[in-house]
Structure formats: structure tokens, C-alpha cells
Design a protein around this ligand. Structure first.
Ligand SMILES: *Cc1c(COP(=O)(O)O)cnc(C)c1O
Length: 398
């Protein structure tokens, strides 16, 4: 198998696994308590990971809150801002419709609890329309949430421009930076956001752990915790810390940062090679990802084939079409639909997410299988069309 689904999750790096092991077996203490060596050892592991994650974001240790993943970090950033928004009367929120489901879900709940969300228009590749942002802005806007990189098509936003604009209006900025982290260089100050979400398992760390960066100064961002009880994580996230996962996150973050420049180059080269092979062999690809987007992302729709048949025939290549699968029923991609791609074409879409585990020969082999499957399906569609006088599933001539 060739794993090309790196936007969904990534394989744990061996050095991350090695670093985690002792924290399961020997250093199993409670990192939020003192009094004996077991707890101190666990605490030291968490402290070190906090330094590593903070360094990767150019932040201070105190600005990092460990959570159970990016979903929780997004909820803490958004729902945790709710009391401040309601108290200050700045109840309007600006966001875009192609955000990750965990952001959209939190925003929906905030609307039920007294806020109003206005959606900033985007261009066909998902970039924020700044004229529209300016039109929507007002003294009653308390929060803007826009992902640094889109999880389906890899669009990168000019977040610094959004943050500078928001700051002039006394409005806080949250960004879901899960897909950008470890793929493009940025720091908390270079993007200017007040709240930044990241996740370990998208950078070869373990699942079930993430972090929220919370700005402490200029301005200091006040949040309310989602859960109550303990004083852990500056009272923002009570509960006994998952020491092995946090330690693994620290190592993964450090290593992502250390190799960022060379990884970016290599990923971009593999992505460009894959596109060259596919587009050279076959016509009828629609490239949904912008050329200046994430270096590891290639989102392609295939004309003239049925999406279900396409995914049913892939044997070697593990790839996603980014649609949600709920209760066994495959939906279609919300992001592509929002950007104007028809539903049938959205189903026949490959969301390719490359990673540091991929090799050049995997890229060649993946292209061979993808080309073969699309050729076969188009041939079958053509024969079917000739026999019945109808055209193919996604409305195009095969
Ligand atoms: C994967 C992902 C999430 C969810 O992360 P978890 O750690 O699995 O909760 C949130 N946002 C984006 C953009 C993602 O890609």
C-alpha cells in the first residue's frame, strides 16, 4: 500500500514512539501532582514537551495549553471566547464556510448561545476576500476565525493581514493551523493570531493530543475553560495530562520544525512530479488546489468517472476524497461544493496528502495505478454510453 492520505492522519515517527515508551511503563506518575519522584518525572516530560511545542510556534511556555486534540482546541478557542464576547457586547463573529467541521460545529453552537456568524466571501480557490471582510467589519465584531491552511485544497491565507486588520478593530483572531503546522514556516507573531490550534497526529505524533496557543500579552486573551474541576493547564484544561501523548507531541513538533525547510522542498518536488505524471498521461483532471498552497497537497477531480467506482478499484493507493462518512453513508465534500464544484465531480475527487514517509518510487507507482484505474473506468463508461446513448456519471463526455 502507498499512503497518500496525510491530511487525515500520519504514521507515528519511530523516534516519537521511542520517546513515549518510558512514560507508559516507568515514568507513569501524575504530571499535575508533586510529592514524589514518579510525579516529578512525569512533570518533567510535560514541561519539556511544552517547551518544544512553544518553540515550534515561537511562543512562550505559558501560552501553550495541551488538549485532547485539535477538535477540543478549536472548541476551547471559540466557545471559551463566548463569555468575553457576550460581556463586551461584541457578539458578531466572522469566518469562512470552508472551515474544518470542528470549527463550523463550534460556531453553530455559539450562534445558538447569542452570537451571530457572518461569512466572509472567498475566491474560487478559497482565499478571503478582503473587500468583503472590510464591509463586514464593525465595532460589534469580537472574533474572526480563519484556518491558516485549508484541510482539503491546501489554500494558504494571508493571516497576518487579517490579524492586523482585526487588531485595529479590537477583535480577537483564531486560526486552525493544523494543516499548516510543520508544512510551512510561521510563528505566532508572524501570523499575528491570538489563538492557534495545532494537532500532534498530523505531524507524525500520536492521536488524541493537540494544543491551543493562547496569547498572553498585547493583548492578553481571556478564555473560559470547557470543563471544570482541576487547575491543570492554567485552569484552562483540567484533568490529568496524558503524559506519553504530550511527550510524543513535543518530539514530533521539534522534529517537524528542525526538518521543515528540506521537507517542504521534497514534498513540493514529489507533488509536482505526481501532477506531471498524471496530467501528462490523461486529460480531464480538474486541479482544485491552488499552485501556491500547501506543498504536500494535491486535490484533483477526475472528469468522466464515477467516484464510487474510482475508490472501489484503487488497490494500492490509500487516498481520500475528503467527504465525511457518516453512519456508513459517503457524503460529498463540503469544501468543494462550497467552492462551486458539482456533487458528482466532488465525489470523483482525490485529496492527496503527501508526507515525509513517502518516497519517489511510491509516487511513480501511485501514478501508474491511478492512471490505469481512470483509463479503465473511462473505457467502461464509453462502452456503456455507446450502447445506451447516455453520457457519464459526472455530466461529461468520457
Ligand atoms: C484533523 C484536523 C482537525 C481535527 O484534529 P484532531 O486532533 O483529530 O481533533 C481540525 N482541523 C483541521 C484543519 C484538521 O485537519
Amino acid at each position: 500500500m502507498i499512503y497518500l492520505d496525510g491530511h487525515s492522519t500520519t504514521p507515528l515517527a519511530p523516534e516519537v514512539f521511542e520517546a513515549m515508551k518510558p512514560y507508559f511503563l516507568e515514568r507513569f506518575g501524575n504530571a499535575s501532582q508533586g510529592l514524589h519522584r514518579y510525579n516529578w518525572e512525569a512533570r518533567a516530560g510535560v514541561d519539556q514537551a511544552r517547551e518544544q511545542v512553544a518553540a515550534a510556534l515561537g511562543a512562550k511556555d505559558k501560552e501553550i495549553v495541551f488538549t485532547s486534540g485539535a477538535t477540543e482546541a478549536n472548541h476551547l478557542a471559540l466557545l471559551g471566547s463566548l463569555p468575553a464576547l457576550l460581556e463586551s457586547g461584541k457578539k458578531r463573529i466572522l469566518s469562512i464556510r470552508i472551515e474544518h467541521a470542528s470549527v463550523l460545529g463550534a460556531l453553530e453552537l455559539m450562534e445558538e448561545r447569542g452570537c451571530r456568524v457572518d461569512w466572509i466571501r472567498t475566491d474560487r480557490e478559497g482565499r478571503v476576500d478582503f473587500d468583503h471582510l472590510r464591509d463586514l467589519m464593525g465595532a460589534d465584531v469580537g472574533l474572526i476565525s480563519v484556518a491558516l491552511a485549508n484541510h482539503e485544497i491546501g489554500t494558504l491565507q494571508d493571516l497576518k493581514r487579517i490579524s492586523d486588520f482585526a487588531r485595529n478593530h479590537g477583535c480577537r483572531v483564531h486560526t486552525d493551523a493544523v494543516q499548516a503546522f510543520g508544512k510551512v514556516p510561521f510563528t505566532a507573531d508572524s501570523i499575528g493570531a491570538d489563538l492557534i490550534t495545532i494537532s500532534a497526529h498530523k505531524v507524525r505524533g500520536p492521536k488524541g493530543v493537540g494544543a491551543l496557543y493562547v496569547r498572553r500579552k498585547n493583548p492578553r486573551i481571556d478564555l473560559e475553560p470547557l470543563y471544570l474541576g482541576g487547575g491543570q493547564e492554567r485552569r484552562l484544561r483540567p484533568g490529568t495530562p496524558d503524559t506519553p501523548a504530550i511527550v510524543g507531541f513535543g518530539v514530533a513538533a521539534e522534529s517537524a520544525l528542525r526538518t521543515l525547510d528540506q521537507d517542504t522542498e521534497r514534498l513540493r518536488r514529489m507533488r509536482d512530479r505526481l501532477w506531471e505524471l498524471l496530467s501528462g498521461a490523461l486529460e480531464g483532471w480538474v486541479r482544485n488546489s491552488p499552485a501556491d498552497g500547501l506543498p504536500n497537497n494535491l486535490n484533483l477531480s477526475v472528469r468522466g468517472v464515477d467516484g464510487a467506482a474510482l475508490f472501489g478499484r484503487l488497490k494500492q493507493v490509500a487516498v481520500s476524497n475528503a467527504s465525511a462518512c457518516l453512519n456508513g453513508i459517503q457524503d460529498y465534500s463540503q469544501v468543494l461544493t462550497e467552492l462551486g464544484v458539482g456533487r458528482d465531480l466532488a465525489r470523483a475527487t482525490l485529496r492527496i496528502g503527501l508526507g515525509t514517509w513517502n518516497t519517489g518510487s511510491e509516487i511513480e507507482a501511485a501514478a501508474v495505478e491511478l492512471i490505469e484505474v481512470v483509463r479503465d473506468l473511462r473505457m467502461m463508461e464509453r462502452q456503456f454510453a455507446e450502447q445506451t446513448g447516455t453520457f457519464s456519471m459526472n455530466g461529461d463526455k468520457p
